[in-house]
Design a protein around this ligand. Sequence first.
Ligand code: NAP
Length: 503
Amino acid sequence: MTYQTHGKHLIAGEQVAGEKTFRSEPVDGNGADFAVGSEDLVNRACEAAEAAFPAYGATSREERAKFLETIADEIEARAEAITETGSRESGLPEARLQGERGRTTGQFRLFAEHIRKGDYLDRRHDAALPDRAPLPRPDLKMIQRPIGPVAVFGASNFPLAFSVGGGDTAAALAAGCPVVVKGHSAHPGTGELVGDAITAAVKKCGLPAGTFSLIQGGDRKVGAALVQHPLIKAVGFTGSLAGGRALFDLCAQRPEPIPFFGELGSVNPMFVLPEATKARGAEIGKGWAGSLTMGAGQFCTNPGIAIVARGSEGDAFVSAATEALKEVGPQTMLTDGIASAYKDGKARFDSRNSANPLLTNEDEGRNASPNLYETDVDAYLQDHALGEEVFGPLGLVVRVGGPDDMARLAEGMDGQLTTTLHMDDGDTDLARRLLPLLERKAGRILVNGFPTGVEVADAMVHGGPYPASTNFGATSVGTLSIRRFLRPVCYQNLPDALLPEAF
Ligand code: NAP
């Protein structure tokens, strides 16, 4: 049965209608009306968040852990409606939505465990040295404290795990920060359901109503007003480079600049080293085609670029990849706009003499089929556009002459979320040469695997130097992501009774 959306914003526990509405665009054509946000509503949500902060920020870790677990339960209680609505709005298969829901509730539960352990507080204590000469040392205790209201923007391609109840929201709430979400216009009904779940959990746990608000989109001014609101202290953003950069610049221009944690696009270069190419080039090529087209290529970790040697062994990689891509038919894209941007990206490649087409497809409407191009190292380094993300199943093979070319490419590439080495034992010396270069470029370096699929774990880094993210010291996935919404405070000579946490 189709879930009937209420179409309203959720502001500090209340359903609020808007003066205007926008219509959602699910794949079955049965759109629904959703309230458009406004600057007044942004102000109302931010004021409620600030009013909630003294009490919410002072909750115990156990209280917050229970709250996070209650959110997970409330999401599960709406599982069927979330899967059905999410699949209709995004065009993603139901199995994918179910898996993503597990990841989303798992994320809330992981953060509950993480804050219970308390390591994230990074408590540091320099005991007083009253007899030190020439000057005594005071007692110094440092601890991480929540920063205040946080704004969250989710991406279209993860309607659950990187959206209203995604990693940014889980991390900020775990830290003790109220959250104001700007809903994504690509999946407003899914966002509403998850927003309802969080709102129900706020009530059940007796927390201040302003701990959570969801303002639906429909107007870009809403996002701009949210990041500029003086009560917002940080922004968690997942989305495109263009959108992220526009909002980042607004944050930097504020009278009080605030951190903007933007997780943006990436082309995730994959280096196929010579011995691995010789031993199993065709197998790697086939695996690459699978990773490149997974979810219609709409992953930020989509490995868009493969770097492979010229010559017959590299040719085996290229032919296997091309054959495997031919087998992949058209897939439905997340939105009409994203499908149209994919066509523009393909046209960008078609317009370049330096990109030789190996496989091209023309698509209708919201569909996208794989496209594959080939270039060489000099053309790639000279034409920046060849290294820019095309969101969808488009691949580029860069043919190289040898190790020096690989090193030049590694040096010349932009910041990335991931980079991959396919290697055998005989490639170790080359890998050792490339690693220091790749470490400066990517947040995660893989060997003999594919970057799609990001484990939510303590050691995960999902971030990287610009333009992969706007803040290379941070990750948006895994428990370390909580640090984005904390600030170290040093307490000098404070009596224990006044400290926010026991030492
Ligand atoms: P998007 O178009 O940038 O949208 C993301 C959010 O930002 C939406 O809420 C959007 O509002 C808002 N927005 C965009 N431009 C804006 C502007 N100029 N002013 C105010 N608000 C603005 O991104 P998307 O298409 O949803 O997501 C796909 C992109 O995300 C891809 O590039 C992908 O690689 C990247 N991504 C990155 C990660 C990661 O972890 N690094 C994960 C997933 C996806 P509307 O609702 O009005 O559009």
